[in-house]
Design a binder for this molecule. Structure first.
Ligand code: SF4
Length: 427
């Protein structure tokens, strides 16, 4: 059972033979059927949704098959510094032992490329590499990994004189030459400006259209070995974006994830909320659970992923309270880019500090680094993104200031009090 903490949950057991057979097949019949609490109405509902599912095409990632009815693969990402080779190899093994079919590693510079070569030598894991702004590193890392993830919203940052099409064509060439699959990894917090401009009042549509554009373009190039992810920290947006995308492209395999879901138990609940809805509709070929955890507990992401698949396999669904009410704290799962290891502790301190504001509909975001922190905190009412020695505090997209790791807490409290007072005055 999940560690549900203070969340008020109602467990509803829904049974669907369609869902059950698909996911039991997918997960090797790991668990036995439980009939308790069967709800015919619920079953019918799930059956209706599930029966609309179409089979996605097969994509090979190293020795792992994604899509076309293959088992739903659980994957995860190392949070160790990539240059800390021993620690990264150990964490790769830790994730593999927990059941990760694919392990992702972040690479942002040449030193990390060198480290990756040695990591590759020391592990037999199926490896994916996460490229953010420096997409040109793909040529250097491709020979050592099985999948390359790029973010369509970050391609415009470098080589501004080159078209997006040229950059994608180059990436496809690298993937072909190095026998890699590709993930088009789109995030709500970093949608390409061209698409945001085209859909100024519908960020989700901008996200979906951006992913669809990249799919079409790869296919024009004759390349089909790709999967797509559409992530956000809000589970409802993840459900909506993936649903819209799958309606347009039911054949493209989906990598599901709720990014920056936060710490357990809230992070697990947000992830379940999205995954249950999507998996029950037959959407999702590989999943990643993103949780803010210290390194020695990182494998719990994989265990949670398997637990969710197992529950869906048995038609067990959990109804959760509406996240649209009350205080919502989002925090990134941390990865090798974390700039100060106090980040996880800071996230926990923020949660403690803000408990008094539980009933206020306010979002606070805590991010571990400068790569995603500045953009991903823009939509939060209050945002904190961590640098090596200071934490940047923001109110929406306006910077309040940079403060020491302890000094930021009273300042956050003051800003939160002010925000609550402003809202109450306006009510
Ligand atoms: Fe990693 Fe930075 Fe994203 Fe956190 S915000 S997961 S540290 S890239």
């Amino acid at each position: 059972m999940l560690p549900l903490g203070s969340w008020q949950l109602k467990l509803v057991v829904h049974e669907s033979s369609f869902v059950r057979s698909r996911y039991q097949r997918a997960n090797g019949e790991r668990s036995r059927r439980k009939d308790a609490g069967r709800s015919p109405l619920a079953s019918q509902h799930v059956m209706e949704e599930s029966s609309t599912r179409r089979t996605t095409r097969a994509v090979r990632i190293g020795r792992v098959a994604i899509g076309a009815g293959a088992p739903v693969a659980v994957q995860s990402m190392c949070a160790t510094k990539t240059r800390a080779i021993d620690a990264t190899v150990a964490q790769t093994l830790q994730l593999q032992r927990a059941g990760a079919a694919i392990v992702r590693i972040a690479v942002d510079n040449d030193k990390e490329v060198e480290a990756l070569k040695e990591i590759r030598r020391q592990t037999d894991a199926v490896l994916a590499v996460d490229l953010q702004e420096n997409y040109r590193l793909a040529a250097k890392v491709g020979p050592y990994v099985d999948k390359i993830r790029y973010n369509p919203g970050h391609l415009h940052h470098v080589e501004r004189d080159k078209s997006i099409r040229d950059k994608v064509a180059w990436l496809v060439g690298v993937a072909r030459d190095t026998d890699c699959a590709v993930r088009i990894g789109a995030n709500c917090g970093s949608v390409a400006p061209a698409f945001l401009g085209r859909y100024p009042h519908d960020q989700l549509e901008a996200l979906v259209q951006s992913a669809l554009f990249h799919c079409s373009f790869m296919e024009e190039l004759g390349f089909e070995r790709f999967v797509v992810s559409l992530k956000d920290s809000d589970p409802q947006k993840v459900v909506e974006a993936n649903t819209r995308f799958a309606q347009a492209r039911p054949d493209v395999p989906l990598h599901l994830g709720v990014t920056e879901a936060g710490m357990p138990p809230e992070g697990i609940i947000k992830t379940r909320l999205a995954f249950e809805k999507l998996l029950a509709r037959g959407l999702g070929d590989t999943i990643r659970v993103s949780l803010t955890l210290p390194n020695d507990r990182k494998h719990e992401e994989v265990e949670v992923g398997h637990r969710i698949l197992d529950d869906v396999a048995h038609g067990r669904f959990i109804s959760v309270p509406d996240f649209g009410h009350g205080l919502n704290i989002i925090s990134c799962p941390s990865c090798s880019r974390v700039e100060n290891e106090s980040f996880v502790e800071l996230a926990a301190q923020v949660r403690e500090l803000t408990r008094y504001a539980q009933q206020h509909r306010i979002t606070i975001a805590i991010m571990g680094c400068r790569v995603n922190g500045p953009g991903e905190t823009d939509d939060a009412d209050l945002g904190l993104w961590c640098g090596p020695s200071t934490v940047n505090l923001k109110k929406k997209d306006v910077k309040v200031g940079a403060f020491g790791y302890q000094q930021v807490l009273p300042r956050l409290r003051a800003e939160l009090d002010r925000l609550i007072a402003e809202r109450e005055a306006a009510a």
